[in-house]
Design a protein around this ligand. Structure first.
Ligand code: PLP
Length: 405
């Protein structure tokens, strides 16, 4: 009996694999530090938890939801987003679909616009799931390289060079996983100017980390200065990061009605609507109550990012450091460290996985190899632990990078 080619070609998420290896080391009683996870150790605000508890009293919370999403919640998301971004989304023909996480929204959005042979531009380092999702719909990812030296914000001309007659869309993820940066206002301005010339191209804006920044002014988006681009913009977001509720699996997409209708058709034949209880709790919740919660998260991330800079400086690894400002990640460049020299033995190649395995085995620090984000000889580390274990893990890591033998 054979499995399908699609199933056989689908890659298991590397982050999940590293997490599994990490969990088995925990069970073996080893001293380990998890710097590979994509979630904070915060619970959602008590007000939101209370909203969920209250909704348990109603029958509708346990019954099939509408495929496109709870109507009150959809209206709320549209208003909230219009106010937050200072753009008029409804007047631009926008609608909303609620999905089982923003990953699900992204998958459906790609399904709504891609045909086999189409190309989708990704800026490297990119989120692990984009290439897989694009390929699942029969299209091809086209990668634009970025570098640590320009803080992972690629030049606009390099993006433009990647556009061909087959390009259907470009995915922008700001704040960025795994870069830990958001693209600045000047970058967004130049991006708008360039993308205006290509009016057949969709722009997918993955904004799942938009509340998670710890240095002002915070992220802004191309369509805020050029609302004419909204016509071909698809925005995805969700509650995983902004509510710190990754396990509740609620995401959403805002786009023009015909795109949302196509996504709703795909969703209707696969998962149907999203968890009724959580949608009703969200519809009943005042999103402004998240302000203090976000402030607390920002303060913690700012402090951890300062610790990271200082520990790298003390270990004479400042040349591997760059200033992050958002999401909870930092891309660690191995290519100018002793561990790279030791593992590569002078031969060119990508040693991300070997180095990460060595780090996990020898000092119990779990990182995600950069190869899964398209970046050679690097790893993603997350700013997610309590300050003490975070510092311990980084000190051990830096020492090992300098003296791997
Ligand atoms: N986009 C990016 C860049 C992410 O890092 C993640 C999750 O880590 C997602 C989308 C998906 O988030 P969720 O499906 O939990 O909303």
């Amino acid at each position: 009996m054979k499995l399908s080619k699609k199933a056989l070609s689908a890659q298991k998420s590397v982050t999940m694999e590293v997490n599994e290896r990490f969990q088995s080391m925990v069970k073996e009683g080893k001293e380990v530090y998890n710097l590979c996870s994509g979630q904070l150790r915060f619970r959602p605000t008590p007000e939101f938890v209370q909203s969920m508890i209250s909704q348990m009293n109603y029958l509708a919370s346990f019954q099939y939801p509408s495929v496109q999403g709870n109507i009150d919640l959809r209206k709320k998301i549209l208003n909230h987003y219009s106010n937050k971004r200072q753009v008029v989304l409804e007047e631009n023909g926008f609608d909303v679909i609620v999905s089982n996480g923003s990953k699900h929204s992204l998958y459906n959005a790609l399904g709504a616009i891609l045909d086999p042979g189409d190309e989708v531009i990704l800026l490297c380092p990119y989120w692990v799931s984009y290439p897989e999702m694009i390929q699942f719909w029969g299209a091809k990812p086209k990668i634009v390289d970025t570098y640590l030296y320009d803080s992972f914000s690629p030049s606009i001309s390099r993006i433009e060079e990647a556009i061909t007659d087959n390009t259907k869309a470009i995915i922008i993820n700001s704040p960025n996983n795994p870069g830990g940066i958001y693209y600045g206002q000047e970058w967004m301005k130049q991006f708008s100017e360039m993308i205006k010339k290509y009016n057949e191209l969709y722009i997918i804006s993955d904004e799942v980390y938009d509340d998670i920044y710890y240095y002002d002014p915070g992220p802004t988006y191309f369509y805020q200065r050029d609302p004419e681009l909204l016509e071909r913009t698809i925005i995805t977001n969700g509650i995983s990061k902004s509510f710190s509720a990754t396990g509740l699996r609620v995401g959403y997409c805002l786009a023009r009605k015909e795109i949302i209708d196509a996504m709703t058709r795909i969703q209707s034949q696969t998962t149907s609507g999203t968890n009724s209880l959580i949608q009703r709790a969200l519809a009943d919740f005042n999103f402004d109550q998240l302000r203090d919660f976000h402030e607390e998260i920002r303060e913690m991330l700012r402090e951890l990012s300062i610790d990271l800079r200082e520990i790298f400086r003390q270990a004479n690894l400042s040349h591997c450091w760059y200033q992050t400002n958002s999401a909870y990640y930092f891309m660690l460049d191995f290519s100018r460290t002793e561990i790279y020299n030791e593992v590569s033995k002078g031969k060119e190649g990508d040693y991300s996985e070997e180095i990460c395995e060595l780090i996990l085995e020898k000092i119990g620090v779990a990182l995600v190899p950069g190869s899964s984000f398209g970046l050679k000889n690097s790893a993603r580390l997350s700013l997610i632990l309590e300050p003490m274990p975070f510092r311990n893990a980084l000190e051990k890591l830096c020492q090992f990078l300098n003296n791997p033998t």
